[in-house]
Write a protein that binds this ligand. Structure first.
Ligand code: C5P
Length: 208
């Protein structure tokens, strides 16, 4: 069966947790597409000694390997900022497009989470969610996860969201046909239950 679940939304809204849970519930593959941009961003920063070179970043994106995605330093705020800087570059996005499109239509079902899954990577996705939460809720959760100061995490998230939403290439925006899921007042379990119920409803008869 080919079935794509596209999960988009701003940083730290709960996309990753929901995506993993949905993938587990239905036995689908899961791709955290932010990791692709994080891996490129971290390497580009390192190679440029703190300065991101657009052409080299695109070359890194073309050469990305599974080992690059397994680095232990991809979850830091620094990696998130670097990711959002290379993510504005059309050449970088183009280099990562085919892999994501193929993953989305893989046999057996796929869940992808990111910023442009329902709009650019897989507009034909059978299920689309746009997951949001208030700035304070997102900053509080991410600060607890990283053991960091909530105020600096909030500033980091806002800077990243602004860059992601205002760029010309595949800006972060909810697809017109996406289910909006605001997780501000929801427990993880409740948010996951809503997402799973929505996906289940959209599966072809007999597949659930
Ligand atoms: O989701 P995550 O916070 O790991 O993403 C890191 C950055 O990668 C985002 O802030 C965004 O700039 C970029 N990104 C993107 N398109 C995606 C996934 C991530 O531009 N599909």
């Amino acid at each position: 069966m080919i079935f794509t679940v596209a999960i988009d939304g701003p940083a730290a809204a709960g996309k990753g947790t929901i995506a993993r849970a949905v993938a587990d519930s239905f036995g689908f593959g899961h791709l955290d597409t932010g990791l692709l941009y994080r891996a490129v961003g971290v390497q580009a920063l390192h190679d440029g000694r703190g300065v991101i070179d657009p052409h080299w970043s695109a070359e890194l994106a073309r050469r990305l390997t599974p080992e690059d995605l397994a680095r232990s330093d991809l979850r830091t705020a620094r990696a998130g900022q670097a990711a959002s800087k290379v993510a504005v570059l059309p050449e970088v996005r183009a280099a990562l497009l085919d892999f994501q499109k193929r993953f989305a239509r893989r046999e057996g079902g796929a869940v992808l989470d990111g910023r442009d899954i329902g709009t650019v990577i897989c507009p034909q996705a059978e299920a689309k969610l746009f997951v949001t939460a208030s700035d304070d809720a997102r900053a509080g959760r991410r600060a607890a996860e990283l053991g960091a100061d909530p105020a600096s995490v909030l500033a980091d998230l806002r800077a990243r969201d602004a860059r992601d939403a205002s760029r010309d290439a595949a800006p972060m925006v909810a697809a017109a046909d996406a289910l909006l899921l605001d997780t501000t007042e929801l427990s993880i379990d409740a948010a996951v239950a809503r997402a799973v119920a929505y996906v289940k409803d959209r599966l072809p008869d007999g597949a659930a």
